[in-house]
Design a protein around this ligand. Structure first.
Ligand SMILES: [Zn+2]
Length: 407
């Protein structure tokens, strides 16, 4: 089933996109200064024209000023006139295991236990059998969460713990982190996550000097990763972020204003490419540990490179959580990718508790509906995935690679 990079490039038509992609990652186009451009007539800017109109060269009409010039970008919400069938999918074709959620009831208004009970009701209605809660917690806080989730709903939730990030510079740190992992396993943790590095290291603490930050492949974590492997605890890692986060907030910013607070442009952090290189060195060093890189490893925009990583590292798995906008805008390439790697990608949401959210996922993955309303700017197109992909994606891979030992 696996394809090498050249074959994948051929079938997806991505060959030759390499250089353009590289420029994008470096983020330094000649006009990158002053791109918010107050008072500037962008219609006359050749780079703007190319990005806005592509091969068409222009709008094909006379772009004269008018009422729409006063509309703020953040308010723009074009309403589609398309008349097309809308397929409602109440439940997934196979009962789903959602491998990426968080402790949402604690953030919601009202009694946490009551909110949790309602959520379990929603899971029943939308066809989610089990959800994996990425708590990031250790110690007493982790124990409290086991009481909330595992004592009440042992069959509906699995809990992932965090990693001890206290005093990462101390000489006993590696042993301390590994010992705490053992304790969390005893309390009921069956995996670890979500361990995030958006460039500042796992502590996300900018006061730590650059060369002392704890990135995933840091030797101080070697014992911890090794212990995860020994305990058969998969690790969910969040490496980098969507590449648009490293691009300036200007006229060429790819994502909507909703995401502007995720922007990292100009921060004293690792680049998107440097973070992916850290991912590779982590995977290389710990072949006996299972890593699930969430959000399609933040490479959903470059499936050829992501394929290379999957080919190179058999211990790498992916979840598709919160990347509806990547697979939805490239339904054909995404489908070919998922068909090429049916045993490597897991279903996850990471987007709260709403019934409509789950059902939007079923519609996206299972139907061939077109021009669905999505998040970000991009309308989505259904992937129309076959059963041979849906079954492992929704549950088969999770059943196989995760630790289901009774708590
Ligand atoms: Zn998450």
């Amino acid at each position: 089933m696996k394809k090498n990079r050249r074959e994948f490039l051929k079938i997806t038509g991505l060959a030759g996109a390499g250089l353009a992609g590289l420029n994008f990652m470096n983020g330094c186009t000649p006009n990158s200064q002053n791109r918010t451009g107050e008072g500037r007539n962008w219609q006359e800017d050749p780079e703007w024209q190319r990005i806005q109109y592509g091969e068409w060269g222009g709008p094909g009409v006379d772009p004269r000023p008018g009422a729409m010039d006063e509309i703020l970008l953040k308010d723009y919400a074009p309403k589609s006139s398309l008349v097309l069938p809308i397929t409602e999918v109440d439940q997934p074709r196979y009962d789903a295991i959602d491998v990426h959620i968080h402790n949402y009831p604690a953030r919601a208004d009202g009694d946490t236990r009551q909110v949790l009970a309602e959520w379990v009701g929603t899971m029943d209605e939308v066809g989610v059998e089990t959800s994996v809660v990425h708590t990031n917690a250790i110690g007493d806080r982790f124990r409290e969460l086991t009481e909330l989730y595992l004592d009440n709903y042992p069959d509906r939730f699995q809990l992932y713990c965090g990693v001890d990030l206290n005093e990462i510079g101390a000489s006993d740190y590696p042993e301390r982190a590994a010992e705490e992992l053992h304790r969390c396993y005893e309390m009921g943790a069956r995996g670890v996550g979500e361990l995030t590095d958006k460039g500042l290291g796992l502590s996300a603490d900018s006061s730590i000097p650059r060369d002392e930050r704890l990135h995933h492949d840091d030797p101080r974590l070697d014992l911890f990763w090794q212990t995860c492997g020994e305990l058969n605890m998969p690790v969910n890692i969040h490496i980098a972020d969507h590449p648009s986060a490293w691009e300036p907030l200007d006229v060429f910013q790819e994502r909507t204003p909703d995401y502007q607070h995720f922007n990292l442009h100009g921060d004293d952090i690792l680049s998107h490419g440097e973070l992916l290189a850290r991912r590779d060195s982590l995977l290389e060093k710990h072949p006996d540990t299972t890593f699930i890189a969430c959000h399609l490893s933040n490479e959903g925009h470059d499936l050829a490179s992501l394929s290379e990583a999957l080919d190179r590292y058999p211990n790498l798995y992916l979840d598709i959580s919160a990347r509806d906008y990547e697979v939805g805008r490239t339904p054909r390439a995404a489908k070919r990718f998922l068909e090429a790697y049916p045993d490597r990608v897991l279903f996850g949401t990471d987007m709260g508790m709403q019934k409509s959210m789950y059902r939007a996922w079923w519609r996206l993955l299972e139907t061939d509906d077109e021009y669905m309303t999505g998040r970000v700017w991009w309308p989505y197109y259904g992937l129309d995935l076959p059963d041979s992909v849906l079954e492992p994606l929704y549950r088969g891979n999770a059943e196989r690679i995760m630790n289901w030992e009774e708590v």
